[in-house]
Each structure stands twice: as C-alpha cells, then as structure tokens.
Design a protein around this ligand. Structure first.
Ligand SMILES: [Zn+2]
Length: 524
C-alpha cells in the first residue's frame, strides 16, 4: 500500500478534531446549529494552519448525506464525506487559485454556478490561494458573490488577505487563522507518534514543534522526514543532525563561556561549532534564539509560559540567565541581528563573529554609558543627553594613529585610548588636548576602563570651563585660548555650551559616546 504522508493521514475530520483553531471551529458550529451559514467565507492565515482542512469540514457538515440537514458532526463515512475528504466530490469543487487565475476559469465557474448540486444540499466552491486571481477574475467573481443562488457556498482561502480586493472581502465572512502554538503542535505530534507506534525521546517533540513556526503541516512533514531516516528512537540530536542545525548543547556551552567572561573559552566554543560544519549565520541565528530565551527567563522567570522549552532546557536557561543582566541580553540580541546581516555579505564572517562574541564576553571592559551619564548629570560641569543606545559604532570607530590599548592584562579596549607622546609623560595626572582632538591622559594605568573614561570627559569639560587661567602644554590649545578674548564667566551659558560642543577634543569624546551636551550650568 502506498505511503500516505502524515499530514494527510492525520488531517482533522471534524470540528472537534481541529487543533489550535477552537474559536473558529466553535463559531462555525454555532452558525450551522442556528442555520446562519454565510454564503461566502474567507479563511486567512499562514500555510499549514488548517484553512483547507476547516473548509472541507465545513463542506462535509453542510453536505453529509447521513444527516437530514447540515450537521456539526458529519459522519465521515457517507459517499459525500469520503469524496470531500479525498478532494474530488462532484458538488464540492476545489479550485487552486494559483493555476486557475484567469478570467476564463471564473467565467466557467459562473456558468456552472446556476446548476443545482448533483446529490447534496449545496454546491460548494473552495478556492485556495484566492489572492492569486487576476483583477478581471475578481471582478467577474464579484458579480456572482453579490447575488449567489441559494444552493451555492464559497469558501476562499488565502495566505495573503491584503491582496484580496476589498469588494470581495466585504462580501465574505472572514476568519483569521492563528499560528498554532508549539505546545499544541507538540501534543498532536505525540499522539501521532503513539498511533504510529514509533519510539521517540521526550526532548524531541517540543523542539520539533518549535521549528514548524506555527504550521502543523510543516511539523508533520518534518516528522515524516525524520521517520524516513529509519532511526529509532527519534531524538532531538537526530533532528539537529538531520537538519544541519547547531547542536543545542554546544550553543549552551558557548553562551555559558560568554556569560563567564571567558575569552579563550568563547573562541574554543566557536571553533567547536564551526569545525562541526555549522555556518556562522546558523550560529548567530541560534544565539539570537537562545539569548531571547535567557532574556525572557531573566525578565519573567524561568517558569514562564512564554518560554517553549523542555524541563531540562528551562532549568539550564534559568541558570545561565543568572550570568547576564537584561540590558546586556537586549544589547546582544540587537547586535547579533545586525551582525547577521553583515556576515552574510562578508568574506571574513568568522572574524566578525568572534569579535562580536568577545565583545559580549568582555562587556565589563567596555564603558557602561548609563553609569557615565548618571555621573555626568550629577556633576556641575554639564549634562549629557543620550541619543540612542550604545551600538557597535561605539567600539568600531577608527582611532587616532598613535592610540594604543593600555590595560596591563593585554585585553585593552577602545576605552583605554591614550596618546603616547614622550614629551607629555612627565606628570602622572596631567590631561590635555592633542592636535588631532584625541584625549591625552597620563593617569595611573591601574584605573579601570570606565572610571578612566568617565574621568576623562569630566576633566575635559571642567578643563575647558576653567578658561585661560591655566597654562596649556599643547600649542594648538594655547592658540585657541588666545583667540578667545573674553573670560568664560562673562559668557552666557548657551555660548559656553556651543564652545564646549565645538571644541575638537570634546567633539571627539561626544562622538565616541554618541552623545551631546544639552546644557551647561552657570558658576555659582
Ligand atoms: Zn457523511
């Protein structure tokens, strides 16, 4: 006997069987019970959510020969029900809108509409992918839809309702089919595996259901393909192997290394994945998905229903979430999304991936903008307004030629920028502006990165405010001072704000922060 794919073999037969579309099934049942069945329906929703299935159930309910009138419990055994199930009933005509989209097809339909059904109560037209019809066809159909014979019902199905003209939509009762939730798909998969007597591991079902993205048909096709491998029991690792997905254990390990700020471990985990044949884009995709789970676990607790995870994965997510704060996870996810687009068109995908992941892992070495902002807002020098969250421009901005990283452990970051010019290294705390606008800072090297950066901007601002009284080592800076005849205290605050903003050194720092000065307080 020929093999019937699971999606067909286990297609729902009655309103009560339908998975994940209970409100629609209930409404249609009520319509049948009260004799208020509309003459045209429009079923919308993504593929594999049960539109055609629901259309056939409705057709069977209207036409079942075992009942004297439309019924909510079609027998599924009579000639009519069997033929409708197979899609070749004489009175229930299924038309594929994509291949019958022309005006001639619709004219033919209109001519046939007038004839009464051959053996059942109604002549039912199920037009799939109705949005594919041409404009002329829609217009021709409109005429029939306006005043259809009482023995005719139309059921249109579409994945793109926006392409169905409004005059058609307004003549139909519309039902929007939801994507089916992963737990509901998982429940159906379990029931089918049980009926098919196929052994499987418990951790297979939920990840498989999740991969189907709300489509029961996709879930069943995936299951079909897994079964065809002939391996039993079916398991999550088989699924990953079969689809070429990154191994979930390895992704969890990578995230754990990032969370532990282990640079070497992060690189090793990437190597482990890539040597296993996983592409950089796949790693990024998986990381986004897993980081999202951590973000949800961190924000709503690991037990939340928002997470579609097995018990073991849930526990793991809860533990790993402890290693991150929500802000870091949000940043990581958005940065990964940008990275995904970048590496798709890059010949150096791996280097970009590794750089980004190290950035996550070593995040405490990068300046926390919020901390800096709160400090600056509290300081009398001025207030700084954040334009948008820190992004990769923050770290990728090219540095002045003489800049080098200066932390002692060798993991220096752009926050450690300093200019190394021999003649300015005498005083340990002296700061001044160099010609190219970069900050010269000779502070003690053990200062942490963020402290260093916060103090540099504070000092920049206060040094600028202090005015001409202070001797400057830099010739350019001195010239600028001489060019300013009036002492600072006589200027208005907006003048001083402008001066501050336009100063090359302040500009450089503000650009690095992606921030601007929004006000300067007067001296008390
Ligand atoms: Zn029947």
């Amino acid at each position: 006997m020929a093999y019937t794919v699971l999606a067909r073999k286990y297609r729902s037969q009655t309103f009560d069987d339908v998975v994940g579309q209970d409100p629609i099934a209930q409404t249609l049942k009520n319509a049948i019970k009260t004799g208020r069945v509309a003459h045209a329906y429009l079923f919308t929703g993504t593929r594999g959510v049960g539109k055609t299935t629901m259309a056939r159930i409705l057709a069977k309910s209207l036409n079942c020969l075992a009942a004297d009138a439309p019924t909510i419990q079609p027998c599924c055994k009579c000639e009519s029900c069997v033929a409708i199930n197979a899609g070749d009933d004489i009175d229930v005509i299924e038309i594929d809108g994509a291949s019958n989209r022309g005006i001639d097809n619709i004219r033919e339909l209109r001519q046939n509409v007038i004839y009464r059904p051959a053996r059942c109560r109604f002549k039912i037209y199920i037009i799939d992918e109705v949005h594919m019809l041409t404009t002329e066809s829609f217009n021709a159909l409109l005429k029939t839809l306006e005043e259809p014979p009482s023995h005719v019902k139309f059921i249109f199905a579409t994945t793109e309702p926006n392409k169905v003209i409004l005059t058609i939509q307004s003549r139909c009762q519309r039902f929007d089919f939801n994507n089916i939730t992963a737990p509901k798909i998982a429940g159906q998969l379990k029931s089918i595996l049980k009926q098919e007597k196929i052994k499987y591991e418990e951790d297979l079902v939920l990840p498989l259901a999740k991969m189907a993205n709300g489509s029961m048909r996709d879930a069943l096709s995936l299951l079909d393909r897994l079964i065809s491998t002939g391996t039993e029991p079916l398991s999550a690792s088989l699924l990953e192997e079969f689809l070429g997905c990154p191994n979930s254990e390895k992704i969890w390990n990578l995230i754990a290394e990032i969370g532990s700020s282990n640079a070497a471990g992060t690189l090793a985990a990437v190597e482990d994945l890539i040597s296993g044949g996983v592409s950089e884009v796949q790693i990024v995709d998986s990381l986004i998905e897993y980081m999202r789970d951590l973000m949800v676990a961190k924000s709503a607790g690991a037990e939340t229903e928002l997470l579609v995870l097995t018990a073991q994965q849930r526990k793991r997510a809860g533990e790993l979430a402890e290693k991150f704060d929500v802000a870091a996870l949000i940043y990581n996810i958005t940065a990964l999304e940008k990275l995904r687009w970048t590496i798709k068109n890059s010949d150096t995908a791996r280097a970009l991936l590794e750089a980004s992941l190290l950035r996550f892992a070593l995040s405490e070495h990068f300046l926390n903008v919020d901390q800096l902002l709160s400090q600056l807002q509290a300081s009398p020098a001025g207030t700084i307004k954040k334009k948008e969250p820190m992004d990769e421009r923050f770290i990728l901005r090219s540095s002045p030629p003489q800049v080098r990283a200066a932390t002692e452990n060798g993991r220096g970051t752009m926050d450690d920028r300093r200019v190394t010019k021999g003649e300015h290294q005498a005083s340990p705390v002296r700061r001044s502006f160099s010609e190219d606008g970069s900050i010269e800072n000779q502070e003690k090297p053990q200062t942490t990165n963020s402290e260093h950066r916060e103090s540099s901007i504070e000092n920049l601002v206060s040094a600028e405010q202090a005015g001409a009284g202070q001797e400057k080592a830099e010739p350019v800076a001195s010239e600028q001072k001489q060019a300013q005849p009036a002492p600072n205290r006589l200027k208005t605050s907006s003048q001083r704000k402008n001066e501050l903003i336009n100063h090359p050194a302040v500009k450089t720092v503000l650009m690095g922060l992606d921030a601007t000065i929004c006000g300067v307080e007067e001296d008390k």
